[in-house]
Design a protein around this ligand. Structure first.
Ligand SMILES: [Zn+2]
Length: 79
């Protein structure tokens, strides 16, 4: 897996919704790639802080926000 592929799967990766094989590839990439490691860590921290300070978002709104974040993180060529 490369950086672009990881960004494409980021939402599902953070939500633990990737199939086992893809998740394992993503995990290996995150462990080896400093840039993606920082992105994943920052997203996780942000989500954690948000959850501590706000009641959970309704599912549909959560999905819309995460889709939007994923689109903004993707490089223009991947859109
Ligand atoms: Zn990477």
């Amino acid at each position: 897996m490369n950086c672009n592929e990881l960004m494409r799967h980021l939402n599902a990766y953070l939500d633990g919704e990737l199939p086992a094989l893809v998740r394992a590839e993503a995990k290996m990439h995150v462990a080896a790639c400093r840039s993606c490691g920082i992105v994943v860590e920052t997203c996780r921290s942000t989500i954690q802080v948000y959850r501590q300070q706000h009641p959970p978002l309704p599912d549909l709104l959560h999905r819309k926000v995460m889709d939007n974040v994923g689109r903004r993180l993707r490089p223009p060529a991947a859109q």
